[in-house]
Design a protein around this ligand. Structure first.
Ligand code: AMP
Length: 416
């Protein structure tokens, strides 16, 4: 497999798939440029070698072509400023041959939003709601063929393919996976993607032990596959956040008005049993900070998790639990954190998540490998200012979650 570090891009035209799906304000200004900055090392390496750079991304979920609200043109000034090179623009990603052929070494061309074409995702658009199965199947077949053509056009622009879009690695789209087959000897991960792949490997395939996963957030139902897979990998599984109370209720505890999925009580019991069978130390909160309403200024009390009075709800872990979790975390050599320990968006219920983050930082200082990923735990670690004090903060929400579920990610497999 090629690596970006060893590849010489001099005189080569590189098609780089990035994830520049950034938030924009009403005027089209980039509100958070983290994703663009994340891809800069890859883009700069190609330009530094004297290559010709074609940048391709999706932006939002356009339903038609073109759709000015989702035009990549809006982010051009931001990319040019961060890259320090004026970025040219091809206003139709599937008809960019002229612009591509005009590129010289050291120049950059950015393609219009790939998702203006339904072929990027490969899902037929505009099918009537009452379409028959036959019509659906015909449309699907036609789309497959169109997607092959679209992919071929994108591939024809370049001599080599670089995938630096971990955020879309779990999608088998034209530009994220299918295109790779046109570059059997000239495809590789970008630096950002390489870091993500290594981070997943560090926790999922070669963890130093003890390995502790902290699963928090709102619902068990959204994390079942992850928990099932982790139960075959970890030494300790800490369950935190709102999903705790489905377990507590399943075990016969009183949970008041706390978050609970009543249709998942049996599942919770089976996960507890699977943990026992696999010798996994599954740890639940022992005390909770409860509130009399879902608000930052609610009245609060500390109680044992199975003794929550009616009318009250658990909004954060309690102090004894903070200590229990911190002891396990600081004695771990590999740590994975997904999902907050409480309603961290409210200052008064963020202390438990802060304690978890602090313990992870402490363990990392002592040599543990720590990976933070998947939505709200990333927001947590950033809010507490600890992003630089853990081993890696993943940029790919859904992609990371699927990797932890044990699924093969098409964007990774296509390169490998
Ligand atoms: P998720 O997207 O599943 O990771 O869930 C994240 C959300 O879970 C955050 O918005 C938290 O506020 C919420 N959350 C965490 N703990 C609790 C809790 N005890 N009760 C209600 N919501 C919670």
């Amino acid at each position: 497999m090629q690596t970006i570090e060893n590849y010489n891009f001099n005189g080569k035209r590189a098609f780089v798939r990035v994830d520049f799906n950034v938030p924009l304000d009403e005027k089209g200004n980039v509100m958070d440029d983290t994703r663009i900055r994340g891809a800069l090392p890859t883009l700069k390496k190609i330009l530094g070698d004297g290559g010709q750079l074609i940048i391709a991304s999706h932006l939002g979920r356009p339903a038609k072509n073109p759709d000015p609200k989702y035009s990549i043109k809006q982010i051009l000034p931001c990319v040019s400023a961060l890259l320090g090179v004026e970025v040219k623009f091809a206003s139709d990603c599937a008809k960019a041959k002229l612009e591509v052929d005009a590129l010289k070494n050291g120049e950059v061309l950015m393609l219009e939003n790939l998702r203006f074409y339904a072929e990027e995702e490969g899902k037929p658009r505009g099918l009537a709601e009452d379409a028959t199965d036959e019509e659906k199947s015909t449309a699907k077949k036609a789309m497959k063929e169109a997607q092959r053509e679209f992919t071929k056009i994108l591939a024809s622009y370049a001599d080599c393919y670089v995938n630096d879009a971990f955020g879309t690695a779990h999608r088998a789209h034209a530009s994220t996976a299918l295109i790779a087959e046109y570059f059997p000897n000239d495809r590789m991960f970008g630096y950002l993607m390489g870091k993500e792949v290594n981070a997943v490997k560090a926790v999922m395939t070669e963890p130093k032990r003890p390995f502790t996963a902290i699963m928090g957030g709102a619902k068990v139902s959204s994390k079942i596959d992850i928990i099932e897979n982790l139960l075959t990998k970890v030494d300790n599984l800490i369950i935190a956040g709102g999903m705790t109370y489905t377990f507590t209720k399943a075990l016969g505890g009183k949970i008041g008005n706390s978050l609970c999925e009543d249709d998942k009580l049996a599942l919770a019991m089976s996960l507890l049993e699977k943990a026992k069978k696999n010798n996994v130390n599954l740890v639940l909160a022992i005390d909770a900070k409860i509130a009399d309403k879902f608000a930052n200024d609610a009245n609060t009390e500390f109680v044992k998790t199975g003794e929550i009075p009616d009318g009250w709800m658990a909004m954060d872990i309690g102090k004894e639990t903070e200590k229990l979790f911190a002891d396990i975390i600081t004695n771990s050599k590999t740590i994975l954190w997904n999902g907050p320990a409480g309603v961290f968006e409210f200052e008064n219920f963020s202390h438990g998540s802060f304690a978890v983050a602090q313990a992870i930082v402490e363990a990392t200082k002592q040599g543990a490998y720590s990976l933070i990923g998947g939505g709200d735990s990333v927001a947590c670690i950033n809010k507490f200012g600890f992003a630089a004090d853990v081993s890696y903060v993943s940029t790919g929400g859904g992609a990371l979650l699927e990797a932890i579920e044990g699924k093969t990610l098409p964007g990774i497999a296509a390169i490998q």
